[in-house]
Design a binder for this molecule. Sequence first.
Ligand code: CP3
Length: 354
Amino acid sequence: MSSIKNTRILDVLNGIPVDKTPVWIMRQAGRYLPEYKKTRAEAGSFLDLCKSPELASEVTIQPIRRFDLDAAIIFSDILTIPDAMGLELKFEDNRGPYFDNPLNNNDEVSVLNDKNIDALEYVAEAIIHTKEKLNNEVPLIGFSGSPWTLSTYMVEGSATKEFRKVRSIVFNNPDMLNMLTKKLVESISKYLIMQAKAGADVLMIFDSWGGLLNTDNYINFSLNPMKQIINNLRNDKITKNKPIILFTKGGGIWLNQISKSGCNAIGLDWTINISAARKIVGENISLQGNLDPCALHGSDESIKQAASKILDDYGFGHRHIFNLGHGIDQYVNPDNLKILINHVKEYSKKFHKN
Ligand code: CP3
């Protein structure tokens, strides 16, 4: 049994009524917070911050101190897995994360190490530290990138404009992509189990680039591998009952298929109306989202209006976790986020019976 005090998010994920709509924010630990910038400077670099359990746990709880959030998400990055597999992750401030030697052929995939999850022990340690600091106030979300989204970075080397190289490999060397996907399914499953064992209460898979694919290829190269991961998690005693959130950016057109993946909740980007999404997925699955992150650059009134619109559109019911449709950006004024969170807390009460 969990001894967590604020169980709203866990309740929503398990279909249990709540008093108000819970809220957390993708990328809630990040550069829009001055205290994050300070700790990052102390760490020396973004990667040093990720690899220091003490400092990573500190930035994980910074947004919890500042805002009335219903969950923390462990501070890390999705690209730690390719790093552990042997593609050395690098980071430059004006460039973001990148790999010097992205994958070109089957031979390069075949030497990747999918048994090296121990190299990510620093993430488990960060989770253990964070759980101590959270003192059971709110649940902690662990996460991984999806096989397809990790493949895009591993093949392209970084986030590119068109993703032409990886999108071409889908057609001109599917064997290479299948081999890579298989290794990633293996690593990601073990990585998520490791995070749960260390104390993560919820697991989320970020499929940030699933929306680049056509429907058949989305099913083949993104959704089916994510389903295999979910199956692996359901077959392990540590993760058997852990709630799983699956977020495909651009996935609004595939909600019906995603809702059959075995996940507890689907993360929505801001392009789909949440009421329409609810009709498609039904009442046995939760929805997370889906405010346009740029709404946070509006006036106080327009922020509240935009949030109310989403809560009104979802309507009565307890299977909604409020979030943005993608990560918060570095230029947001933290005071605006506070206005949003407090408004969601207050305004959403009317949609829940007390
Ligand atoms: O949500 C949280 O608070 C946890 C932290 C978190 C980070 N990255 C920290 C981060 C999470 C969940 C991620 C996931 C991640 N990383 C994704 C999937 C989610 C999404 O946004 O689609 C992706 C695609 C990445 C890869 C990545 N990491 C990119 C493309 C970048 C550069 C873009 C940017 O915002 O600078 C990063 C860097 C990164 N990851 C930062 C943070 C706080 C900014 C780094 C900095 O401090 O300079």
